[in-house]
Write a protein that binds this ligand. Structure first.
Ligand code: A4P
Ligand code: MG
Length: 199
């Protein structure tokens, strides 16, 4: 007879890939996203593997695109994590709060939003978490930065992200709109670089 298994300590769990989408349309948007990526990289159980360039996108509200609202900066980060999906959500919520996130209006203006777009290809829907993120498949501001770092990526249940992006009509501008895109994580040493480059 075998003894019942104890839950594995976090550090012994295999790490899995996850895709996070960051957005900010209030305050110093660029600094907030840089700091949030650094915060994620500093968390136990999360290794930041890839960070997209920043893109600038008009605010999507529940009523549609709102050109009167401040525009968003958006970025996508690929991580490896030993955290379960709900623990990862707890961490991203703490990082949002650290950067002054207040929840007043759904899809309202915010200093920082971090969504879990994909967690190891898992499909899940409970009272706290829906995976993949229910709107990622139709959002250019998620798909475009993600495609820039993972051109062959697929979204579970929806297919290749290059095809999904081609089907959107969202306005996505590189940021700043002057040629060279800004990396969303200057100064953050990526795990892949630490291991000798080549993400
Ligand atoms: N939740 C469920 N699934 C997830 C997931 N996969 N990742 C729950 C993150 N959270 C998830 O989110 C509401 C609840 O969703 C959370 O309690 C969490 O348990 P919230 O951040 O409190 O509120 P929200 O962000 O206003 O609502 P929602 O529906 O998550 O909105 P989205 O989808 O995050 O959209 N326009 C531009 N241009 N760029 C943007 O980044 N972002 C939004 C927010 C709207 N318009 C935008 C942008
Ligand atoms: Mg959200």
């Amino acid at each position: 007879m075998t003894a019942p298994l104890r839950p594995r300590p976090e550090r012994l769990r295999p790490s899995v890939p996850a895709v996070l989408a960051l957005g900010s349309n209030l305050g110093d948007r660029e600094a907030t996203i840089h700091e949030a990526v650094a915060d994620l990289a500093a968390e136990d159980g999360i290794r930041v593997q890839q960070v997209s360039p920043l893109v600038e996108t008009p605010a999507l509200k529940l009523s549609g695109i709102d050109y009167q609202a401040p525009a968003y900066l958006n970025a996508v980060v690929v991580v490896d994590t030993v955290l379960g999906p709900h623990d990862l959500l707890d961490v991203v919520n703490v990082v949002e709060q650290r950067h002054g996130r207040v929840r007043e209006e759904r899809w309202g203006d915010r200093t920082l939003d971090i969504d879990i777009v994909d967690y190891a290809g898992r499909v899940l829907d409970d009272e706290r978490l829906t995976l993949p993120h229910p709107h990622a498949w139709e959002r250019g501001f998620v798909l475009a930065p993600w495609l820039a770092i993972q051109p062959d990526a697929e979204l579970p249940g929806h297919g290749r992200i290059d095809l999904l992006l081609a089907a959107t009509s969202d306005e996505i501008r590189p940021y700043p709109d002057s040629g060279a895109a800004h990396d969303a994580a200057p100064g953050v040493q990526l795990e892949a670089d630490k291991n000798g480059g080549g993400v």
